[in-house]
Design a protein around this ligand. Structure first.
Ligand code: UDP
Length: 239
């Protein structure tokens, strides 16, 4: 896929849609090349701008998906072409569906034992044919056994749910020991698939205003949400 990445405050963002990423991944899997997916939101752009190591971690990923309306607004302000969100949790759902249709095995690593187990069961019910050939909770201490069991599982896709940037650091450190081809850091997504965390209702999701739903439910988030206008202001004055 040739389309060029966009860059905000030095952080790269992939302009590809869900379908384009999956098309691209098909080719890369066939070639035996490993790929990494990281979700980027305004908070991560700001953090990356201030921390060179984090910036490098983000920019060295294969796909930096635009998770959050803030990135879309930044693209709009700067004449970019990113017009739809690619969220971490929906990307994972699309990849799991892709895996089920192409007989690729999947491994889940992260979250609490009960959460990851329930997420596995729910996903296997939702996507017939899906094979989740192994899983581990995010609090295991024997890393050598873990690496071994991921490789033994034959997984082509690995989802790591330990929060950011912990999950991405883990992926970077271990990918060369793994036969996995597609790695995605998915934050709290296993909690969502397990049904432990509710997403905003479709009404809010469709309008891209999940932030408003969260604000109404949890007014103390207001301070955190001030980060968005601050981010946009920074984007406006950046060259
Ligand atoms: N988690 C984990 N191991 C850890 C720390 C966190 O497995 O050492 C899991 C935790 O149980 C939860 C998820 O990581 O399921 C946290 O996701 P969070 O929503 O904080 O991540 P974000 O989406 O904000 O990056």
């Amino acid at each position: 896929m040739m389309r060029e990445k966009e860059s905000y405050l030095g952080i790269d963002i992939s302009p590809l849609s869900y379908d384009e990423i999956i098309e691209d991944l098909k080719e890369r899997i066939n070639k035996g090349v490993q790929s990494t997916i990281i979700a980027v939101n305004p908070e991560k752009v700001i953090a990356g701008e201030q921390n060179g190591e984090l910036k490098q971690l983000i920019n060295s990923s294969t796909y930096q998906i635009p998770d959050g309306i803030g990135i879309l607004l930044a693209s709009k302000l700067k004449g970019g072409r990113i017009t739809s969100r690619v969220t971490g949790v929906d990307m994972m759902a699309r990849l799991v569906e892709f895996a089920s249709l192409n007989n690729h095995k999947v491994f889940l690593y992260g979250a609490k034992e009960e959460v990851v187990k329930t997420a596995k069961n729910n996903l296997e019910v939702k996507y017939p044919g899906l094979v989740i050939s192994g899983y581990a909770n995010g609090y295991v201490n024997n890393q050598e056994d873990l690496i071994q069991s991921i490789n033994d599982s034959g997984a082509v896709l690995l989802f790591v749910a330990m929060g950011s940037p912990k999950q991405e650091l883990w992926i970077r450190e271990n990918m060369n020991k793994l036969n996995v081809k597609v790695f995605q850091g998915v934050g709290g997504s296993f909690d969502v698939f397990a049904g432990h965390v509710k997403r905003a209702p479709a009404f809010y999701r469709n309008l891209g205003i999940e932030w408003l739903y969260r604000l109404l439910k949890e007014p103390k988030r207001f301070k955190r949400q001030l980060a968005l206008p601050r981010f946009l202001l920074k984007i406006l004055v950046s060259k």
